[in-house]
Design a protein around this ligand. Structure first.
Ligand code: IVH
Length: 684
């Protein structure tokens, strides 16, 4: 308890209890029973009141409080946890014949014992296990490798379909397993927002769900509108419920879970025989496109849990269940023409414009053709019809040419030779698949791309300038390159974009100028990264900054000197040399220098104790986050390696370190040191 907070008066305690009860009830009605009993506004007011009360009286804040749903816990590294019961996967197949084999094999093995199957949806998301003790959520862990996963409890608490406290009766100790999915509507909304914010969109809802569960700030996860679909209730071997008829079948267990407050999808069906199973599969192969979330197949389980032991498990998966995976849907549609998009780095992407065609729940009009090699390899010609597929991904893929529909004298399609935006002849670097437009400083998408990269969080971190505002500055003729940003004045900014959602008022102008001012302190290595030189990422920029020390040495370096830097290859060295030797770039750098940006590396080394050593870190530490311990190694003259090899000096082991790393270190005879050994080493 916080020493300075006053003890909570009874009235506060009562109000917290009351609010908790009300919010839990409205939440349950809304997310589990799809019933809205009060307005969003009223609901938010209740939640806010609870959050505020718990802030005022921390002793009243329970781990199961609905106030936790708004998140706010920060996860530095996710703690690795060993699953109490391994999270097995299922045998899976795309073939109905194998489902028939599974059914007849199961029937034979169970020789005469009456039993049924359950058929249910195979959710396309991220598997997690939730531990409940005495009706309270105590831990949420991702599947990981099946034996060890990540502790994502504080993020899981923000998912409204994960009950924090259970209702009615429940086993004293059990695990609820299921899949966290990203419903399509919320996924699309989030991806649109990301594009507006200049962040890369997620490829599909599964990746997005997985990324969301690993967010460090649980308040961010709370915004993601994830959904938990429960598909399994796991009882420990000593559970009193094992002899309870209410838990003797898989379907009864899920029905019980529904009563406890879980969202259990209603699409399960009990089946007697292979005909019923096949009918279920056929139905969902079509009907899946009408669901609000993605599925990638159907799971068939023996329903009577007492038979699971006698059927047993193979090394990886139980013999009492199997997954049928849907084949990707495929259609053939005429290619109208190819258009070429210019990316923010100047890379050209050819896109097939297709005769609109209905595929897997949406109309497809366009699909990427990746690059010239892809078109050549597929031998796509004028007048062709293309085969388009959509699997678990919601993004359609071109998988080939429909040769049956090829016109008799179809000619190859010449690839674009000039930039479709600025007309500059395209180039293609040796060994690279993509063509690109070399007019970095005069081609609109590239100019905007550079500006966006420059202000991005890991570069200069000027977050009051998003992509829309940068576009506004460009359109107003105020900014053509990154140096122009530092010439902006209050007068120029105020009133820009009048009428649009990102228009700049007095306060906005101040924020922008303040952020620009703060960026003058950003270390040299990040300034170097922010310049957006081809092939120079964060790590490369750091190494270059450290090696050369300041911008002048870099400006004067030869290709050989540049290639001498660790991890800088020939191609990057040439790109750097070219960049620094173009007068426009020299001019920009001089203007940035004059604006007060850091052009010199600060030696943040505090000692040489680890000179010449390569240390690989693994696991969780008491006094450092993972990034901190790596930084500390470098500050003491060592190198932080990422994988164990013959060159590794020590493996620095924290709690719950990865078993693979340990095995490898033991095999190569690499000494393992602890956090306190490490601290002693750097103190000496
Ligand atoms: S049952 C021991 N049921 O598919 C049985 N799994 O390869 C455990 N999945 O890792 C799994 N929907 O993540 C089951 N209705 C469902 C499922 C389901 C999706 C996932 C699960 C598992 C994988 C199977």
């Amino acid at each position: 308890m916080d020493l300075f907070s006053t003890p909570a008066p009874d009235s506060a305690r009562k109000r917290v209890e009351e609010l908790t009860r009300l919010i839990d009830h409205y939440n349950h009605e809304y997310y589990i029973n799809d019933t809205s009993l009060i307005s969003d506004y009223e609901f938010d007011a209740l939640l806010r009141e609870l959050v505020d009360l718990e802030k005022q009286y921390p002793e009243l804040s329970l781990p199961t409080s609905p106030a936790r749903r708004v998140g706010g816990d920060i996860n530095k590294n996710f703690r690795q946890v060993t699953h109490r019961f391994p999270m097995l996967s299922l045998g899976n197949t795309y073939s109905i014949a194998e489902i028939e084999d599974f059914e007849s094999r199961t029937r034979k093995l169970l020789a005469g014992t009456p039993f049924t199957y359950t058929c249910e949806l195979k959710y396309d998301g991220v598997a997690i296990g939730l531990t409940y003790r005495h009706g309270q959520l105590v831990q949420a862990v991702t599947r990981g490798n099946g034996s060890v996963g990540d502790d994502i409890t504080s993020n899981a608490r923000t998912i409204p379909t994960i009950p924090l406290r259970l209702q009615g009766s429940f086993p004293p100790d059990f695990e609820a397993r299921g899949e966290v999915v990203y419903p399509f509507e919320a996924f699309d909304q989030m991806n649109r927002q990301r594009e507006t914010d200049g962040e890369p969109p997620f490829a599909n809802p599964r990746n997005a769900a997985s990324g969301s569960l690993k967010l460090q700030d649980s308040a961010e996860c709370a915004k993601r509108k994830l959904m938990f679909c429960m598909y399994f209730l796991m009882l420990p071997p000593d559970s009193p419920c094992l002899s309870d008829p209410a838990y003797s079948t898989h379907s009864a267990r899920l029905a019980a879970a529904r009563q406890m407050g879980f969202r259990v999808q209603p699409y399960m069906q009990e089946c007697e025989n292979i005909q019923d199973i096949k009918a279920f599969i056929d139905h969902w192969d079509q009907a899946r496109w009408d669901l609000p979330f993605g599925i990638d197949g159907v799971v068939i389980k023996v329903n009577q849990t007492s038979l699971w032991d006698s059927l047993g498990t193979t090394a990886k998966s139980p013999r009492w269940a199997i997954a049928y995976k849907f084949k990707a849907e495929r259609v053939s549609t005429p290619l109208i023409d190819i258009s070429y998009q210019v990316g923010r780095t100047g890379v050209i992407t050819p896109v097939a414009n297709l005769q609109p065609v209905w595929l897997g729940g949406t109309t497809v009009r366009r699909a990427t053709l990746n690059n010239a090699d892809f078109i050549a390899k597929m031998d796509i010609r004028e007048g062709d019809s293309l085969l388009v597929e959509k699997g678990g991904e919601i993004i359609p893929k071109i998988v080939g040419v429909d040769l049956d529909r090829r016109p008799a004298d179809a000619q190859p399609i010449p690839y674009v030779t000039h930039c479709p935006v600025c007309g500059t002849p395209l180039v293609r670097a040796e060994g690279e698949a993509g063509h690109y437009c070399p007019n970095q400083d005069g081609c609109l998408p590239q100019i905007l791309g550079h500006l966006e990269h420059f202000v991005s969080r890991r570069a200069m971190d000027i977050d009051s300038l998003g992509s829309e505002r940068l576009r506004m500055l460009y359109d107003a003729g105020l900014v053509r390159n990154v140096a122009d940003l530092y010439d902006l004045t209050r007068q120029q900014l105020i009133g820009l974009g009048e009428g649009s959602s990102s228009s700049i008022q007095e306060k906005g102008a101040e924020n922008i100028l303040h952020a620009l001012d703060q960026s003058r302190a950003v270390p040299f290595e990040r300034v170097l990264f922010a310049l957006g030189i081809r092939y120079v990422g964060e790590v490369g920029a750091k190494k270059l900054a450290r090696h050369f020390g300041d911008i002048d040495s870099l400006l004067n370096a030869t290709v050989e000197q540049l290639a001498n830097v660790e991890d800088v290859g020939e191609v990057t060295a040439v790109a750097l040399f070219d960049y620094f030797n173009q007068p426009v770039h020299r001019q920009i750098i001089e203007r940035l220098r004059a604006a007060g940006l850091q052009m010199q590396a600060v030696d943040n080394r505090v000692g040489n104790q680890l000179q010449g050593m390569t240390i690989v870190v693994s696991g969780v530490f008491q006094h450092f986050s993972r990034d901190e311990i790596k930084a500390s190694i470098e500050q003491h003259g060592g190198k932080a390696g990422s994988s164990i090899s013959g060159k590794t000096t020590y493996l620095l082991a924290g709690e719950n370190m990865g078993p693979e790393k340990l095995k490898k270190a033991e095999k190569l005879g690499i000494p393992i040191i602890s956090e306190s050994d490490y601290q002693k080493m750097i103190e000496n």
